[in-house]
Design a protein around this ligand. Structure first.
Ligand code: SOE
Length: 397
């Protein structure tokens, strides 16, 4: 695994837990953890159970005994590492967004297509929220016709760790590291999940991006504090925190808020909003689908539930019903606890590890593929291009 910040903790836990609850055809062995700082990497390896450490990702790519490269670094290094790993015949799991630009994502998707036929290596991008029982169930219900034809989609992803104007200037706020701000960090999830649940694809967008706090304090022990892996702790995750008393400020070069409308390939419209300044919303990824026969609504802050409205029910019985998605009949649930015993944030990562290992063992394409990651990146790039055009703003009077 390359990287050991917040996502590194989530992935490490998943590699450990997946084979305990699911009967996997191959056993993941957490072999080598790579990070730039030897001391911090060793501490993270000890904590999360990795056998060895290295400070250069090329070592992992070169090793014969390593079959899978798991990339959990900031977006700036995804393309270089993933392409090298695929060319070396390694299977690759890469955190979202797939890359910082559509061009990089295209090169990664091309490398994945070549590797698939030349060495049989498989590649997957980590949109973990697809792998929650409620979101998978939502997709299954839409595919089974439970909401009829999709007429409208609403998707938001809201957090509030940037409300404080003195929250530090970490890598997620720097364009050269993260590519974009809330667009790639959170809107990417909203786009992927909306498309996944509906089975539709966005074909055009019109959007606006805004940076509300143009400068932020540079962390005192920069650059270490500017990364997620400063303390090897999952808690905090490099989101918010303090700048360690630093007075010096630097420019925020990414967006804080992203708003856009999108038209899907069937012509229906969707509205999208992503913010890390949505005061009071901690991790609210919400998707609502309105259809001709019914509606579905999911909220990550209440992830064991899926709200379903049956428009075909007798009028006196209509109303949103809360489905508690914790029965053995629900996706992934048979492997877990007795009926009604709920899951949490980490389980999406466990299901991702399981699905990835199963696809690799079966020689099938994991989903979402790098091609899927590229398509999301193209949507995000289109939003950025659209936001750069002042013509979308029309004076009211
Ligand atoms: C930070 O906003 C973040 O960690 C995202 O980067 C993740 O993709 C999301 O799962 C939780 O929030």
């Amino acid at each position: 695994m390359i990287g050991h910040g917040f996502m590194g903790a989530a992935h490490s836990q998943a590699w450990r837990v997946a084979p305990r609850f699911f009967d996997l055809p191959l056993q993941p062995e957490p072999t080598l953890l790579v990070g730039r700082d030897a001391g911090r990497t060793a501490a993270a390896a000890a904590k999360w159970g990795w056998a060895e450490t290295a400070t250069d990702w090329r070592e992992a790519v070169a090793r014969e005994d390593i079959d899978v490269i798991d990339i959990v670094t900031p977006g700036a290094s995804h393309a270089e590492i993933a392409i090298a790993a695929l060319q070396a015949g390694k299977h690759v799991l890469c955190e979202k967004p797939l890359a910082n630009t559509a061009d990089e994502a295209r090169a990664m998707a091309e490398a994945a297509a070549v590797a698939r036929t030349s060495s049989g290596a498989r590649a997957m991008v980590g949109f973990t929220y697809r792998r929650l029982p409620a979101t998978t169930h939502a997709r299954n219900l839409v595919a089974a016709g439970a909401v009829g034809d999709v007429r409208q989609v609403r998707a938001v992803y809201l957090q509030d760790w940037l409300v404080d104007a003195d929250a530090p200037l970490t890598w997620r706020l720097q364009q050269e590291q993260a590519g974009s701000g809330v667009l790639g960090d959170l809107a990417a999830h909203a786009v992927d999940l909306a498309q996944y649940i509906t089975g539709l694809r966005l074909s055009e967008v019109s959007g606006t991006l805004e940076t509300l706090v143009p400068t932020r304090p540079i962390p005192a022990d920069s650059p270490a504090a500017a990364t997620d892996d400063a303390d090897g702790k999952a808690h905090g995750g490099g989101l918010g925190g303090t700048a360690g008393g630093s007075e010096e400020r630097g420019p925020v070069t990414v967006d804080d808020v992203a708003l856009f409308t999108g038209r899907f390939d069937t012509g229906v419209l969707g509205s999208f909003e992503a913010s890390r300044m949505a005061t009071g919303r901690k991790n609210a990824l919400r998707v609502e689908i309105s259809g001709t026969r019914g509606a579905l609504s999911f909220d990550l802050e209440d992830l064991n539930f899926l709200d379903f409205y049956d428009y075909t029910a007798p009028a006196d019985r209509q109303g949103f019903t809360r489905i508690m998605v914790t029965e053995p009949a629900h996706p992934y649930m048979e492997a877990w606890w007795p009926a009604g015993h709920s899951l949490g944030y980490e389980h999406g990562f466990v299901h991702q590890a399981k699905d990835f290992v199963e696809a690799v063992a079966a020689g099938t394409d994991p989903s979402p593929s790098f091609a899927d990651g590229l398509q999301v990146q193209e949507v995000l790039d289109a939003v950025s291009r659209s936001a750069g055009k002042s013509s979308v703003w029309t004076p009211v009077a």
